[in-house]
Design a protein around this ligand. Structure first.
Ligand code: UD1
Length: 453
């Protein structure tokens, strides 16, 4: 059963020592199902979990296929709802798509539309990559503003700055962005981003790949999925260099040809399982990972008391003793990812002593889950962009709501570690980004079920 829900909940805020204490909640999803997870917590995790392909890489690479003449075979594509929505958008536009397990075969040669279905575009965030990809392929695009996780204000001014530098005319109406060539036509250009933005870096790379001349992106994002997109484009014949550094250079080529490409493992999915065993205790092998991508997360979980051993493409995480408090500040890669903020907060809520968690990318992200964790017994005080987390011996089960993808993952971790039963509602957010979560956790010994009304 699916229906549309109202937008805003009440917030009750108590001021204590100049800090804000949350006793309410904000931000509601737009459309959700009544499915929920029921978790009987208190069991340690044991065994092996295999990490799926990276969500954020897949969401950049699938639109990039619009730039390719011919068929691409993309391997290690995660089976998550965001990917299905994106594939539906591409199919609606005329792409020929075949899905078999984690392999997607896709040919965008038949696509003629430059105006993707708005209702689908609004269901997810990364649909804004269609702007860059369509501008690159057709020289024009008319794309609705995206939806997805609204844990903060998420402007796209840096994307627009990039399109303008490439010679585009940009017309932003209330909920659409229309792009077409400016008077001088489209061409390579130089863009210095005012903030390090993953989305803007990806969109400019997509728009520039087939344009004449060289494009230089300064202050570019360095996340693993930026490198993965560059590797995909180069495999198909593009000339992208510098991905993974501050400066990405794209020398325009006339066309890209089809080929085969395998998406990297998901850094955040791996980090979520690592945080889960750190919070709930146990000993698991997280396989199909790139340990280098995990360094920033590994270091913090080790500081908290997890014993972590890295192998070529796997990481073992063991936690038997008590957790210790720590300090975490989120930063763009290679810093600690904002997408792991909520999961590490659960570990802090169970650590002895007082931890400090500072959010430097999306300041309002705490609103998505801190109140819910407090309902489970956590002690969290928000002071500006820092959460001060005083660890407790245990959390207790409660009925809680996911307000966005990573907040929802954190509540699942809290439920696994808590005493008693936890029900996590609005799980459609979680299913946007975690493949087979129930199956993977059950295989690790967790008691978690998905219930539908
Ligand atoms: C991507 C990820 C998301 C992650 C985020 C930060 C995808 C599909 N999503 O989101 O999971 O949480 O990176 O690692 O890859 N900003 C501007 N103007 C812009 C663009 C961004 O001010 O035009 C600001 C944002 O408000 C934010 C910061 O820059 O404070 C970083 O945002 P950005 O890296 O663009 O995030 P997304 O690409 O939306």
């Amino acid at each position: 059963m699916r229906f549309t829900e109202g937008i805003i909940y009440d917030i009750i805020v108590a001021v204590q020592n100049g800090c804000l204490h949350f006793a309410g909640k904000i931000i509601a999803g737009s459309v959700y199902s009544l499915a929920r997870y029921v978790i009987n917590g208190g069991k340690t995790l044991q065994g092996t979990v295999t990490i799926s392909g990276a969500k954020n890489a897949a969401l950049a690479i699938l639109p990039a296929v619009l730039l390719v003449d011919g068929q691409c075979r993309i391997e290690n594509v995660p089976d998550i709802s965001d990917v299905h929505i994106l594939l539906d958008i591409l199919k609606n536009m005329g792409a020929e798509v075949t899905e078999k397990g984690s392999v997607v075969t896709i040919d965008c040669s038949p696509v003629r539309s430059t105006c993707p279905e708005a209702a689908l575009v609004r269901k997810m965030r990364a649909s804004y990559y269609l702007m860059g990809a369509l501008l690159g392929r057709f020289g024009k695009a008319n794309v609705a503003l995206p939806g997805g996780c609204n844990f903060a204000s998420r402007p796209i001014d840096q994307h627009i700055k990039g399109f303008l530098a490439l010679g585009a005319d940009v017309d932003e109406s209330d909920d659409y962005v229309a792009l077409q060539p400016g008077v001088g036509g489209l061409h390579g250009g130089k863009v210095s981003l005012d903030v390090v933005s993953v989305g803007a870096t990806v969109n400019i790379m997509l728009a520039a790949t087939l344009l004449p001349g060289q494009t230089i992106i300064e202050n570019a994002a360095k996340e693993p999925h930026i490198v993965d997109l560059a590797n995909f484009l180069n495999t198909m014949g593009a000339r992208v260099s510098g991905a993974g550094t501050d400066t990405v250079k794209i020398r325009g080529v006339r066309s890209l040809k089809g080929g085969t490409y395998a998406i990297i493992p998901d850094q955040i999915e791996a980090g979520t399982y690592m945080a889960a065993v750190t919070a709930a205790g146990g000993n698991i092998l997280v396989q199909n990972v790139i340990p280098k991508h995990m360094d920033c997360i590994t270091t913090k979980l080790q500081e908290m008391g997890a014993k972590i051993t890295s192998y070529d493409d796997a990481i073992r995480v063991e936690r038997t003793g008590a957790l210790r408090s720590t300090t975490v500040k989120t930063r763009p890669y290679p810093g600690f990812p904002t997408d792991m903020q909520a999961q590490v907060c659960v570990c802090m809520a169970l650590a002895s002593g007082v931890s400090r968690l500072t959010e430097n990318v999306y300041e309002t992200r705490f609103f998505g889950y801190c109140t819910e964790l407090e309902n489970m017994g956590a002690d969290i005080l928000i002071s500006g962009k820092t959460a001060i987390v005083t660890g407790k011996d245990h959390l207790h089960g409660a009925t809680v709501e996911a307000h966005d993808l990573r907040a929802g993952a954190a509540l699942v971790i809290a439920g696994l570690a808590a005493e008693g039963q936890t029900t996590v509602e609005k799980i459609h957010f979680i299913e946007r980004g975690y493949e087979n979560l129930i199956e993977k956790l059950t295989a690790l010994g967790a008691d978690i079920r998905r219930l539908e009304d």
